[in-house]
Design a protein around this ligand. Structure first.
Ligand SMILES: O=C(O)CCC(=O)C(=O)O
Length: 249
């Protein structure tokens, strides 16, 4: 069942309401329902399958599966847009850019792009704040946001994301790429979503997800944007990421 904590967002462009903005500021996450149509989502599923079959043959597969500070994950493709003109176009879809602009102010520039397939049995993610994973990027945390576009139902069973609301600072030492010690923290809010929904995650919201114990995949595309960023921020992050620690298999 999908929670009531979602704002519907008709296809006609509209500002995010003041209430929804206030929710985002306080909770660090926001779900907008019905941003994309079922037809659009159906096309993304086909495209995601194509990208995944291409990546399984690609020479750079290991780099794209690498996760900073963690074991690689074969169900993850990063970067994504260079493999798919459709997903590059989607990253610049006026609906997304319009919403992002309202949340972070300033002109959104794409900073990071990835696809997570999360098929049945795939593991979850430990509690972390994304900002801790981007040391030395030089952009204040409130000027960045991630938009998560769901291709499938995200539920507690399928490995949906859970967020800890009300946190506006790093819970780990500055400059250290570390996950959050969740002892004593809580409660987390499950962020359920259906295909076509977009969930925005602030860079400081502590979040985690469980394994996918359902029989369906929980596919999602993650685009991260920075407001009024310098030209070349996307390539600068890619260079930075190469130098960050990855755990060997
Ligand atoms: O897709 C998930 O289950 C969580 C992924 C996540 O939190 C991340 O990549 O930062």
């Amino acid at each position: 069942m999908v929670q009531a904590t979602a704002w519907s967002w008709p296809v006609i462009f509209r500002r995010i309401t003041a209430r929804a903005q206030a929710w985002y500021q306080h909770h660090g996450w926001l779900r907008l329902s019905g941003v994309f149509s079922t037809t659009e989502v159906a096309r993304w599923r086909v495209e995601a399958d194509r990208v995944c079959s291409q990546i399984s043959k690609a020479a750079d597969r290991d780099d794209r599966n690498a996760v900073v500070n963690s074991l690689p994950r074969t169900d993850r493709v990063e970067p994504l847009c260079d493999l798919s003109p459709a997903f590059l176009q989607l990253a610049h879809d006026p609906r997304i850019l319009h919403l992002v602009r309202h949340l972070i102010g300033g002109k959104p520039a794409l900073f990071k792009d990835k696809f997570i397939a999360k098929p049945p049995t795939a593991a979850g993610y430990a509690t972390h704040q994304d900002f801790a994973y981007w040391p030395n990027i030089g952009i204040p945390p409130h000027q960045m946001v991630s938009a998560v576009l769901f291709l499938d139902d995200a539920t507690p069973q399928s490995g949906g994301i859970e967020c800890l609301p009300g946190i506006s600072e790093l819970l780990t030492p500055v400059g250290e790429i570390a996950d959050v010690d969740e002892n004593g923290l809580g409660p987390f809010e499950p962020v359920e979503a259906i295909p076509g929904d977009v969930v925005f995650l602030s860079t400081l919201v502590p979040h985690r997800s469980g394994p996918n114990v359902s029989h369906q995949p929980r596919r999602a595309i993650f685009y991260t944007y920075a407001a009024d960023a310098e030209e070349g921020i996307y390539s600068r992050y890619r260079e930075l990421k190469k130098a960050l620690p990855h755990r060997p298999r």
